[in-house]
Design a protein around this ligand. Structure first.
Ligand code: N01
Length: 876
């Protein structure tokens, strides 16, 4: 960033408690809070005044895209009273005035050196201090180094051949001249159609004699419907300011909003249209991003919203060909930052405005006169670059930061940024980032996220000083756990599919990782609060007689699993084990009736087969493969503790296994307890496998290619069958897939204590199941507790265990015991899952990769690769 001219202060060599880089929303509030703590602090900014992003981005049309009722500080009630925004979305000059007023009200300018860039920060291990240098020659020692340097403050370089050759005027939207630019009568080019381009293009078109827009990727944009601040929000604020701000802090995006549970895929056309039009009229980002509960995760639902926006673009633009070029089709709606505009698409109806599609006509070079594309040479008086930023890490990387042992921050982050809570990073004690990578920041109302971060840092410093600690630094375990959680949150959404700046994809060579935290402002705030209430979990604090390290991971459950648990807890259902068997079965059936159905398969047929106690119902799933079969067969046993469940209960999972593996799945309904107690279920299961083996050809199977599978109690039966088949000399079973199986009855392993309550399958419920199924004297029989049986010469096994499952440790023990007995075994850890979540097809998206592994391993049981299985990527 070029430095502003202005009065340059003399170089000083000084010592402060804290140095803050940046004098925008975050830096100003950080300075204020440091003062409140009684700490000495010095701020630096390259700019000649306060404002941060609002100091630099002065291009025509620059406005916020969060309503001004919400895009403001909340820490200073007097400031709130003193200031009234003139519009729903304020212009850049108005926001800058607001920040100037905030700085003046608290006399913050005196603590800031403007026109000064921090160039390096080195951690001095001997002194436990940071040594900061600036381009003015300042050298400062400080205890805390706080980067409040913004997420979108380092412009991306032009990266276009010949960019330096142009003889006309060159402007970057991110470094707009303070005196403004008059384009009257000029031929102007704008490169880039992100928020900056989309906001500025209609205004540049008003002045320019010719405007040519060079578009690489069309972007989704909706009309801002700017005007007075939204009446409803203004009223809510005036009636209960504190309540409103509290609601914002605990909302998903940092703005109070009611979340919908309407799913795009199941809503009627009328409801879809109504919801979309309401969001369109409202003209708010979080509104259009929340038309349907599932639009961020389900491609089909997203397509509905995207399709409706494209319809609007086609209505706004007169020329159908231009309209089509402006319609985004290469990314899901919301996966790149959508824009709010004022007359953007209509601008292309003006006779002097032209759109050049760089996908079909790429720029070959910038020339002295203008721009050459593959097809044409253009001449311009001015070129405007609206080409974006090195987002989230750019400003952090702009300073040469070295931590403990001379570790360079940028070297550490070569594979992508790694942080704990987006606030700190291992190896860099007392370095805090405001809205750093791994925090909600750019996906949220920034002002709310900034205040939360600053408040957290201030609280942390206060606690440290009160306890006599000098340094704080995250542990490696805590940081890697948070990194995983950040990526887990992103992985269940459509976001990683886009080449966005959220993914670092706009900067050549930048690692592709999802940079912000998408779990929500509320979930994030809770995690930060939990870290503190657990004694700074995941941090090492040093400096008094004894150092303190509370190692641990703050969030290790998959986010969608946590969400399901939260919803279930909200339903207030009675514990299953307190119900009669009839009521428990009815509850399970009712839950099954409301689930998504699971993927399509070629054929589903119900039948009966003979069993030792009478006919056994079964359901056969045939895969949709190109060759029509025959296929290998997997005999599947449902879960439900031998008491609950039927052919419907595991139907979506069976469909999923069938579609993914390309095998026929035969799901067998065995006799249940307490009507038929041990060993009825085991006997039924064994006879079912014998029958399927004998009837493989008529079932569409390949004789001899038979595997067994089961979940929970069904996993118990699947492996019991393997032991019985071995002892009986057949049938030959190629492999066993055991999903969270029950393999013993003791219930003494640590996972029963760790996960015994709160994760749907409880220790109490397991006890209830055992009581219904088997007498205590029978519970050591290998047909009930297969872990106690002879484990030699059993078929290859895949054992899935879930982290938050009481049965976890017995599954792990079974995998080890099989391995020790010489059985090829693969243990799949369902990280962050519960006993039930992996089976929740179409609900728990993070279970899909685990099920893909299960299906791939099933296919591996059979000698010839299964051909023509449906691609896993097409199954949710
Ligand atoms: O930058 P961008 P921005 N040749 O990266 C194109 C916030 N913001 O400054 O998509 C040709 O979004 C690039 O194309 P592609 C907001 O969070 C907020 O507009 O990479 N084209 C894209 O079209 C926003 O998301 C407001 O294919 C090139 C454009 O340039 C973020 O800042 C206002 C190119 C860059 O779009 C960034 O927005 C403004 C090349 N070599 C910004 N390189 C508010 O309303 C890039 N492009 C508050």
């Amino acid at each position: 960033m070029t430095r502003d001219s202005g009065n340059k202060p003399a170089a000083v060599s000084a010592q402060f408690d804290a140095v803050v880089v940046g004098a925008g929303f975050s830096g100003l509030y950080m300075l204020y809070q440091l003062r409140q703590l009684g700490l000495s602090a010095k701020g630096f900014d390259t700019a000649a005044d306060v404002g941060g992003t609002w100091y630099w981005n002065r291009y025509p049309g620059a406005r916020c895209d969060i309503p001004t009722t919400d895009y403001a500080y909340s820490f200073d009630p007097e400031l709130e009273k003193e200031w009234t925004w003139s519009e729903k979305y304020a212009t850049q000059p108005e926001i800058l005035d607001y920040l100037r007023l905030a700085a003046d009200r608290h006399g913050l300018r005196s603590d800031i050196e403007f026109s000064t860039t921090v160039t390096s920060a080195h951690w001095d291990e001997g002194e436990n201090r940071w040594r900061i240098t600036t381009d003015r020659g300042n050298e400062i020692r400080c205890q805390y180094y706080i980067m409040a340097s913004g997420c979108l403050s380092i412009p991306k370089s032009a990266e276009i051949e010949g960019a330096g050759q142009f003889a006309g005027q060159v402007y970057f939207t991110s470094q707009w001249p303070h005196e403004g630019v008059d384009f009257t009568g000029q031929r102007v080019a704008v490169i880039g159609t992100g928020s900056s381009g989309i906001q500025s293009i209609p205004l540049i078109a008003r002045q320019a004699s010719q405007l040519t827009v060079f578009q690489r990727t069309p972007n989704f944009s909706i009309p801002a419907h700017n005007g007075p601040a939204p009446a409803e929000r203004v009223m809510q604020l005036s009636e209960d300011r504190d309540g409103y701000r509290h609601a914002a802090r605990w909302s998903r995006g940092g703005i109070p909003a009611e979340l919908t549970d309407v799913l795009g895929v199941t809503a009627s056309e009328e409801v879809r249209r109504e919801r979309f039009e309401a969001a369109w009229e409202q003209g708010e980002l979080f509104g259009i991003l929340g038309v349907f509960a599932d639009q961020g995760v389900n491609p089909a639902s997203n397509d509905i919203v995207a399709g409706m926006i494209r319809e609007k673009i086609r209505l706004a633009v007169d020329d159908p060909e231009i309209a089509e070029t402006l319609c985004p089709k290469d990314h899901y709606f919301g996966t790149k930052r959508p824009c709010l505009d004022t007359g953007y698409f209509e601008t292309y109806n003006l006779p002097h405005v032209r759109l050049v599609d760089l996908r079909t006509q790429p720029i070959t070079s910038i020339t002295a006169q203008g721009i050459d594309t593959a097809d044409q040479s253009f001449e311009f008086d001015a070129i405007v670059y609206a080409t974006g930023f090195d987002a989230m890490t750019g400003a952090l990387a702009a300073v040469d930061v070295t931590g403990r042992g001379g570790l360079s921050l940028m070297e550490k982050w070569t594979p992508g940024p790694s942080t704990y809570l987006g606030l700190m990073t291992v190896g860099f004690p007392n370095l805090f980032m405001i809205t750093g990578p791994g925090s909600p920041s750019v996906l949220s109302n920034m002002t709310v996220s900034i205040e939360q971060h600053v408040d957290w840092v201030a609280g942390c410093l206060k606690d440290m000083r009160a306890a006599g600690f000098e340094t704080i630094e995250p542990t490696a375990l805590a940081e890697s756990g948070w990194d995983v959680h950040v990526q887990d949150c992103a992985a269940i959404t459509l976001h990683p599919t886009a080449s966005s700046w959220y993914m670092g994809a706009n900067v050549p060579g930048k690692p592709r990782v999802f940079l912000p935290y998408i779990g929500g402002v509320n979930a994030y705030r809770q995690a930060c609060d939990d870290v503190v209430s657990q004694g700074y979990l995941g941090f090492r604090r040093t400096g008094r007689g004894e150092d303190e390290c509370r190692d641990g991971v703050i969030r290790s459950m998959q986010p969608d699993v946590a969400m399901v648990l939260e919803i279930m807890a909200g339903l207030g259902l009675p514990p299953m084990e307190t119900l009669s068997v009839t009521d428990a079965r009815a509850l399970m059936a009712a839950a099954a009736a409301t689930r998504p159905p699971g993927p399509e398969v070629a054929e589903v047929t119900d039948g009966v087969m003979p069993g030792p106690g009478g006919d056994l119902p079964y359901r056969l799933y045939r895969p949709a493969t190109a060759d029509q079969g025959p296929h290998p067969i997997v005999v599947y046993f449902h879960g439900g503790g031998w008491v609950l469940g039927d052919l419907d209960s595991d139907d979506p999972l069976c469909r999923d296994l069938c579609a993914r593996s390309g095998a026929v799945v035969v799901s067998v309904n065995y006799r249940h307890a307490p009507e038929a107690r041990f060993p009825a279920a085991a006997q039924d299961a064994f006879m079912a496998v014998q029958w399927v083996d004998a009837n493989a050809v008529s079932l569409g199977g390949i004789p001899g290619q038979l595997a067994v599978a089961g979940w929970s109690a069904g996993g118990n039966m699947a492996t019991v069958v393997c032991q019985l088949a071995r002892d009986a000399g057949g049938p030959r079973i190629a492999g066993q897939l055991l999903i969270n199986p029950v393999v013993e009855s003791e219930m003494m392993r640590p996972s029963y204590a760790e996960n015994g309550d709160g994760y749907i399958l409880t220790t109490a419920l397991m006890r209830w199941f055992w009581e219904h199924y088997a007498d205590p004297a029978d519970r050591g029989d290998p047909r009930a507790a297969p872990l106690l049986g002879n484990l030699t010469d059993l078929p290859s096994a895949i054992i899935v265990t879930a982290d938050f499952d009481p049965l976890r440790d017995e599954g792990v023990a079974y995998a080890r015991a099989l391995d020790a007995a010489g059985v090829p075994v693969r243990h799949v850890r369902a990280r962050g899952h519960t006993h039930t979540s992996v089976t929740m097809v179409g609900i728990v998206i993070s279970g899909a990769p685990v099920r893909a592994q299960m299906a791939a391993a099933l296919a591996d049981f059979f000698p010839a690769p299964v051909t023509g299985a449906v691609s896993n990527s097409s199954i949710g």
